[in-house]
Design a protein around this ligand. Structure first.
Ligand code: SF4
Ligand code: SF4
Length: 360
């Protein structure tokens, strides 16, 4: 199945709900058995899923927060309690976030699926195909993840979507009253042709959190090691910490982030620009921009969005540069492979930002 053109509308009907899957086009997914990055988390678990987990692991610890339940991870930054030797003990009954990853679905005015580019099983090079304006192939390797998402769509999703739509209308009314509102299509139309890398003033970028703020807050990426690597604010730079499945970290050194925009080759700039184009199409991005605007009474949606895209591009290059130093020492020119590493080190963090919508 292919789309007729990259921006063609392709929606999947699921009962009365429609899941917009266009942002999946072009991507290929294959989980890397040596990775385990997404298991350094506490996946949310539905009540109906708990019994299945307890059947396999009777001593499983389920953490309850209000009306929600989560699989407890091991203390001190450790992996999910079910991860043993990089294998999931409850694979057949794993909770829904694990069955759906690397898909993420934003509930806003619509249900929009997108790919989490932090997952090393997804090649961000597909962004170039999307940005190239050529025929975009349907996604490959994401069938079971998509089926897991569709399985969860039902009356409760409809109620949540109605609620997020009402919140979106309220935000629109507030910004319209201030003369600052532009609808999503208008913002995208204005910014599509103007995407570029960061400005010198965007450097140095914001430091990652301090390890004392909580290891679970650190940006994580997979680096081919046993555990993922997290970045923390350190003395004289960013400290790279390797996480252990049982908990605890090991320092891999401190690496200064760039003080000014790193030099990038043309292929790297092309990938970075294609990445920004992907962000612009994500509803979660514009809904997060709106939330930020509510704290101020200045600037239009497209102005704020342009600025945030520049910040994303600067953070991507900063993390790419630090990852390159971690891997092989300082590099003079960042290549597309470095930018790919930067994308993987940054994408989840920006997806985790609050929006007026919700994540499915
Ligand atoms: S992050 Fe991606 S590649 Fe790694 S284990 Fe999870 S799904 Fe697989
Ligand atoms: S339940 Fe399994 S797949 Fe999900 S986070 Fe835990 S170990 Fe990973």
């Amino acid at each position: 199945m292919t789309t007729g053109r990259p921006d063609a509308t392709r929606t999947d009907d699921v009962g009365p709900l429609r899941l917009d899957t266009r942002l999946l086009d072009g991507f290929t997914f294959g989980c890397r058995p040596d990775c385990g990055l997404c298991c350094y988390a506490e996946p949310r678990v539905e009540t109906a899923e708990v019994a299945g987990l307890l059947e396999i692991v009777p001593e499983a610890e389920i953490r309850r927060v209000g009306r929600e339940a989560f699989v407890a991870s091991r203390p001190d930054g450790g992996a999910c309690q079910f991860l043993v030797g990089n294998r999931c003990r409850v694979h057949a009954r794993r909770p829904h976030p694990c069955r759906e990853y690397p898909l993420t679905v934003h509930l806003g005015r619509r249900l929009q699926a997108s790919v989490v580019l932090s997952c090393p099983g997804v090649d961000p090079a597909a962004l170039l195909v999307r940005a190239g304006g050529t025929r975009t192939p349907a996604p490959r390797g994401l069938e079971s993840e998509l089926a897991a998402v569709e399985e969860r769509l039902g009356p409760a999703t409809r109620r949540r979507l109605d609620a997020t739509r009402r919140r979106g209308e309220k935000v629109e009314r507030v910004l319209s009253a201030q003369g600052r509102w532009e609808d999503d299509a208008e913002v995208r139309r204005r910014l599509r042709g103007q995407l570029q890398g960061p400005d010198p003033g965007d450097f140095p970028t914001e430091d990652p959190p301090d390890r004392e703020d909580g290891l679970e807050r650190l940006p994580l990426f997979w680096d081919g090691r046993t555990g993922p690597v997290g970045l923390a604010r350190g003395l004289g730079g960013w400290e790279a910490l390797e996480f252990a499945p049982e908990g605890g970290t090991r320092s891999l050194g401190v690496f200064p982030p760039p003080e000014r925009p790193p030099t990038v080759d043309p292929a790297a700039l092309g990938l970075l620009t294609a990445y920004l184009a992907y962000w612009l199409e994500r509803d979660a991005f514009l809904a997060a921009v709106h939330v930020g605007m509510l704290d101020s009474d200045e600037g239009s949606v497209s102005g704020w969005a342009a600025e945030e895209l520049r910040v994303i591009s600067a953070e991507t290059l900063s993390r790419a540069s630090v990852r390159a130093k971690l891997r092989s020492g300082p590099v003079e020119v960042l290549t597309a492979d470095h930018v790919r590493d930067g994308i993987r080190a940054v994408d989840q963090d920006w997806l985790d930002r609050p929006t007026w919508g919700e994540r499915l």
